[in-house]
Design a protein around this ligand. Structure first.
Ligand SMILES: NC(=O)c1ccc[n+]([C@@H]2O[C@H](COP(=O)([O-])OP(=O)(O)OC[C@H]3O[C@@H](n4cnc5c(N)ncnc54)[C@H](O)[C@@H]3O)[C@@H](O)[C@H]2O)c1
Length: 344
């Protein structure tokens, strides 16, 4: 086999720990050779656990210069995604950047342009596209058995980022996060419903507020009404104040019945059909992971295979930009009190 892709991770916080680093270790075509975090102990802890031969850096520019990398994952606070990804692309790396890919549409475009100029791949970790229930839902919707999607309900909520990344104070600072629940969680579902329906959102009317996260200058709740380009309607909501459960579901009311994705406990994908009248509970394979707490979505593997031309990127820069623009339109709507049209 040809030599492995030399991979690095910039930002060794919660998502690097739960997803990117373990996924790289599972990927036979990659070798994780460099880990970078301004807090050295975080990078070192991940190296000690997963890749003892990897070099630890605190300065990502030094890492890009010295580590001879083929590809890099950017898992940083949102405001750094654009500039660091562009630096990595200019240094000749393929880039997998976390969601939301940027803090503005212009910044996202600059990232896409930088990738084109460098002739490198830019991918966005819209990780909901990788969940087994979502992959199966895509198959079911594409099969046509549900008929035309008429009405979509998408909701993503949990108790807040402080329960996910205890050191991630930046999540609550507008200057660093740019958005609160609306993009942290809302961009996931905006992307997922675009991906699963194959339709674009053409108009959005939104509202956001801060109900509980008082030590913050950012919204913790977001609700919106959507129209898609074929007239389909829907709602898209996100919250950092959901207690006692994680709300992470999507429901498609279609011409032939309803497809319930991760709505019912223990039943990841259920179709309630009217013709013939029946309920189908689909089997969904469990994620394959190498440690407890790992998500097992094979995100890094999919990125590496896309770099090698073995498969299509699951979310390109262009796709990440479109999903980001839904959130930006939602923000504009909430700020102006008017619905906002999207040009996709
Ligand atoms: N795709 C998903 O499902 C998913 C899930 C969670 C988080 N995320 C995204 O991942 C990104 C990171 O989130 P997180 O939860 O890991 O946050 P985190 O705060 O736990 O980790 C961020 C890390 O970046 C480090 N850092 C900050 N500035 C740096 C710099 N200049 N150079 C190197 N390291 C630096 C911090 O020290 C920290 O360790 C965010 O954009 C978030 O939205 C995505």
């Amino acid at each position: 086999m040809a030599s492995k892709m030399r991979a690095g991770v910039i930002g060794c916080g919660a998502i690097a720990e739960h997803l990117h680093v373990p996924d790289y270790i599972l990927c036979p075509e990659a070798e994780l050779v460099a880990l970078c975090d301004t807090v050295q102990s975080k990078a070192k802890a991940l190296a000690d656990k997963w890749a003892p031969a990897a070099t630890v850096y605190t300065d990502y520019k030094k890492m890009l210069k010295d580590a001879e990398l083929d590809c890099v994952t950017v898992a940083l606070p949102n405001f750094l995604h654009g500039s660091v990804s562009i630096d990595a692309l200019k240094a000749g790396c393929n880039v997998l950047v976390e969601k939301p890919m940027a803090t503005s549409s212009d910044e996202a475009k600059k990232m896409i342009d930088a990738a084109k100029k460098a002739k490198k791949l830019l991918m966005v970790n819209q990780s909901q596209r990788r969940f087994p229930a979502h992959l199966k839902a895509k198959e079911v919707l594409d099969s046509g058995i549900m008929g035309k999607v008429l009405h979509v309900t998408a909701m993503f909520g949990h108790a807040g980022p402080e329960f996910w990344s205890p050191t991630g104070k930046w999540f609550f600072k507008k200057k660093e996060a740019r958005f609160g629940a609306m993009a942290d969680l809302g961009v996931h579902k905006a992307d997922l419903i675009r991906y699963l329906t194959g339709k674009e959102i053409s108009e959005i009317s939104a509202y956001y507020t801060r109900l509980e996260k008082k030590n913050s200058d950012i919204e913790d709740n977001f609700v919106s009404c959507l129209t898609f380009n074929d007239g389909t309607v829907g709602t898209l909501c996100a919250s950092w104040t959901v207690k006692g459960m994680e709300a992470n579901y999507t429901i498609f009311h279609c011409a032939n019945g309803t497809l319930r994705v991760c709505e019912l406990p223990g039943q990841p994908l259920v179709a309630n059909l009217v013709h013939p009248e029946c309920t189908i509970s689909f089997e969904v394979p469990p994620p394959v992971t190498n440690y407890e707490g790992g998500w097992g979505l094979d995100v890094s593997g999919a990125f590496i295979r896309a770099c090698l031309g073995k498969e299509e990127p699951f979310a390109s820069g262009e796709e990440g930009k479109k999903s980001l623009e839904v959130v930006l339109a939602a923000e504009k709507s909430a700020d102006t009190g008017r619905s906002v049209k999207l040009k996709h």
